[in-house]
Design a protein around this ligand. Structure first.
Ligand SMILES: Cc1cc2nc3c(=O)[nH]c(=O)nc-3n(C[C@H](O)[C@H](O)[C@H](O)COP(=O)(O)O)c2cc1C
Length: 195
């Protein structure tokens, strides 16, 4: 594969868009669009630009919800990513509905098929960014994404991916109802035990 070694400031190689919701110190619900996250087990890590309303509130209250929207919520994704909670009630602006969480003091977004209740366990600053390490304490998954044994229907999950570089960024969507099971592509080998 031929490659260019290039100097670019940004490369988003495909990150699921999330809506992070919270109550501020006055108990007002709000939310912000993010693409910077990863999760392992019950740990979740989010990256915020310094100075936004959402990170200011989450720093104070220590609790938040990570909501995973699907392609039906593109307008809300952009409204919550192109406005600040310092000036707007983004639930009202986007038409999304806040619903009380079970374990944490933060609102779930009713319209999102996946919501993760989280508590801040660690907060760090790196360059112009605030890194929030959270602990997932409760997961909510739409019944349409679960089979009759309450296992995730992998082929039904429909996240929106954020991709691009400094020049241009865009949303990408998964082929619907298509998934290959983990381990499907391992070649048969007598000399290797796949773990
Ligand atoms: C698709 C998309 C992805 C975004 N990802 C991030 C992100 O990962 N981190 C971040 O701090 N801001 C991100 N933003 C920008 C924030 O959503 C935006 O700055 C917003 O106005 C912050 O609102 P707040 O002031 O209420 O916190 C993203 C925006 C969009 C549209």
């Amino acid at each position: 594969m031929n490659k260019h070694a290039i100097e670019i400031q940004k490369l988003y190689y495909g990150f699921p868009v999330i809506l992070v919701s919270f109550y501020n110190r006055a108990g007002i619900p709000n939310l912000a669009t993010l693409s910077s996250s990863f999760s392992l087990g019950n740990m979740i890590c989010l990256g915020f630009g310094r100075g936004g309303h959402a990170i200011g509130a989450i720093r104070e209250v220590g609790q938040f919800v990570v909501n995973v929207p699907d392609r039906n919520l593109m307008e809300a994704i952009e409204i919550c990513g192109y406005s600040s909670g310092a000036e707007h009630d983004k639930f009202a602006l986007s038409g999304l509905t806040p619903v009380d969480a079970v374990q944490v003091k933060a609102p779930l977004v009713a319209e999102c098929p996946i919501s993760l209740e989280c508590e801040v366990s660690h907060l760090d600053e790196e360059g112009g960014y605030v890194i929030v390490v959270g602990s997932i304490v409760q997961r909510h998954i739409a019944t349409t994404l679960l089979d009759d044994q309450l296992h995730l229907k992998n082929e039904a999950v429909d996240p929106v991916y954020f991709v691009g570089d400094h020049h241009d960024r865009a949303y990408r969507y998964l082929a619907q109802q298509q998934a290959d099971q983990k381990g499907t592509f391992l070649p048969a080998r007598n000399d290797v035990v796949w773990r």
